[in-house]
Design a binder for this molecule. Sequence first.
Ligand code: FNR
Length: 334
Amino acid sequence: MLFDSYTIKQVTFKNRIVMSPMCMYASDDTGEVKDWHHIHYATRAVGQVGLIIVEATAVTAQGRISPQDLGIWHDDHIEGLQRVVDSVHGQGSHIGIQLAHAGRKAVLETPIIAPSAIPFSETFKTPDEATLQQIQETITAFADAAHRAKQAGFDVIEIHGAHGYLINEFLSPLINLRNDEYGGDRDGRFRFLQEVVIAVKQRWDGPLFVRISAHEYVDGGLTPEDHVYFAGKLKELGVDLIDASSGGTFPVVPKTYPGYQVPFAEEIRTKANIPTGAVGFITEPEQAEEILQSGRADLIFLGRVLLREPYWVRTAASRLHTELKPPVPYTRGW
Ligand code: FNR
């Protein structure tokens, strides 16, 4: 199944292997694409990854994790991103982009925002509690970014709702202490993500993924059960796939082992009846194949193994005794 194609909204990925979004911190204060990004992403396309998701890309300058983040907050960013899209398409892969706002985890000189004025840790800056106007501006920034992603030619958008960044902060009962309509019960805390999805969908009709942190690993924090509920609502809003990661809202490190997040993808897929992506310590082709064959997820997201081995997919095909399907650039002498 790993090498079966997969179609969402008329976009057909040639296999089920996705490059997980990974910040390269290789831009500068402009947020523009550099040579690094071209080489890095095109290399994984030559390596036959079906779908490459470009790293967390900031929808506002204030929403960057660092001053080296890629940006999509200005029309000037479109041209550089388009060249990355074209080089990946030129090698026969599809390409998505992760739209992100770092919230209270932004490490910037400027003021930063979050649902409530509580810092991530002692070493982080205390964010301003976002005003209703700032909330609306940020929702609009996600929608404008989606429009720019469309202009740049991306095939997929992934909204970053995980790892303790802004959207995740709104979802969390431990970080979002607001008593207006953007806080309170589950529906209140979900409202920000809901409005982001609705606004994005007004400017984007292609495949839409949402990455979530299915577990906060903290007493009283979000659990997979909450995310089954959120995923059901996201499905109703027209989201196509939940990319199930975990952690990052607090400085706690969960116990990790091969496939440790796969049960989250499985639970959400089964209980909310929505396609999911599995991610986290998936490194072996047989392991990836098992996840798909057992119906635990629909797509396999690979992170660090694709940093180490950009041609992992070609090796996996040979290990699983499969032929790569066209278009396969550069086959001579392989
Ligand atoms: C990441 N990860 C990540 N996740 C995300 O949603 N957006 C991002 O921009 C980043 N950035 C990032 C940078 C680097 C260098 C690493 C190693 C990781 C998390 C990543 O997408 C993935 O979920 C994890 O790495 C777990 O998968 P692996 O690496 O075990 O396959």
